[in-house]
Ligand binder design. Structure first.
Ligand SMILES: CC(C)(COP(=O)(O)OP(=O)(O)OC[C@H]1O[C@@H](n2cnc3c(N)ncnc32)[C@H](O)[C@@H]1OP(=O)(O)O)[C@@H](O)C(=O)NCCC(=O)NCCS
Length: 170
């Protein structure tokens, strides 16, 4: 199956021609991430450099998160296999994106751009205009991705965290 330029344009809306040397699958569907996708998305996140797995990514808390924030998280599916994801929620004022990942076999096809766009639009439909995300300081490739799709770095902000439990991997 060949994942051609029209597929990329359909996913991203981009009209820019792109030469691809590696044959790609031709049908990538984007749909909501649901609790039954757990095994597939955890496998994707585990193999994705730059994605940190924490206790909160176990099945029960992740299922609760998806139910609480229904309609905001998405997966990209190619021939029945999950090849990309966004995990998105809101505190009612801002949106928060996590675990944006695309399988190595499917990168640079516009899949992450399309997934992020779906989450951002779903937030906007709920009246949430602004969305934040965290990216590891040494994840230079991801920072290039976010900037390429129009996200602004916030060097004036330092993230501070603490856990009530004291568990380091919470
Ligand atoms: C970052 C990541 C999600 C991008 O997914 P993707 O589907 O390949 O991204 P897209 O195809 O939508 O890329 C859109 C644009 O972003 C930029 N971009 C994407 N990946 C890039 C990279 N590795 N280096 C530089 N720029 C990049 C390019 O401008 C690209 O457009 P182009 O292909 O026409 O040049 C993917 O590389 C990934 O899963 N990385 C590992 C997990 C990770 O780091 N996630 C982010 C955590 S914050």
């Amino acid at each position: 199956m060949a994942h051609d330029r029209s597929t990329r344009r359909a996913l991203t809306g981009s009209k820019r021609p792109k030469v691809r040397t590696v044959p790609k699958p031709n049908s990538v569907e984007i749909r909501e991430l649901v609790p039954d996708d757990y095994e597939a998305v955890i496998a994707l996140w585990r193999e994705s450099e730059g994605v940190t797995i924490r206790d909160v990514d176990q099945r029960a808390p992740l299922t609760a998160y998806l139910i609480q924030h229904r309609g905001l998280s998405f997966v990209a599916v190619d021939a029945g296999a999950i090849v990309g994801s966004t995990l998105c929620g809101t505190d009612g004022r801002r949106g928060y994106l996590q675990h944006v990942a695309v399988a190595k076999s499917h990168r640079r096809l516009g899949i992450a751009s399309a997934l992020v766009d779906r989450s951002v639009r779903a937030l906007a439909e709920r009246g949430i205009d602004k969305c934040h995300l965290m990216v590891l300081a040494d994840n230079v490739a991801a920072q290039a991705f976010w900037k390429a799709i129009g996200w602004k770095e916030r060097p004036e902000i330092r993230l501070m965290s603490r856990t009530a439990s004291g568990v380091l991997n919470a």
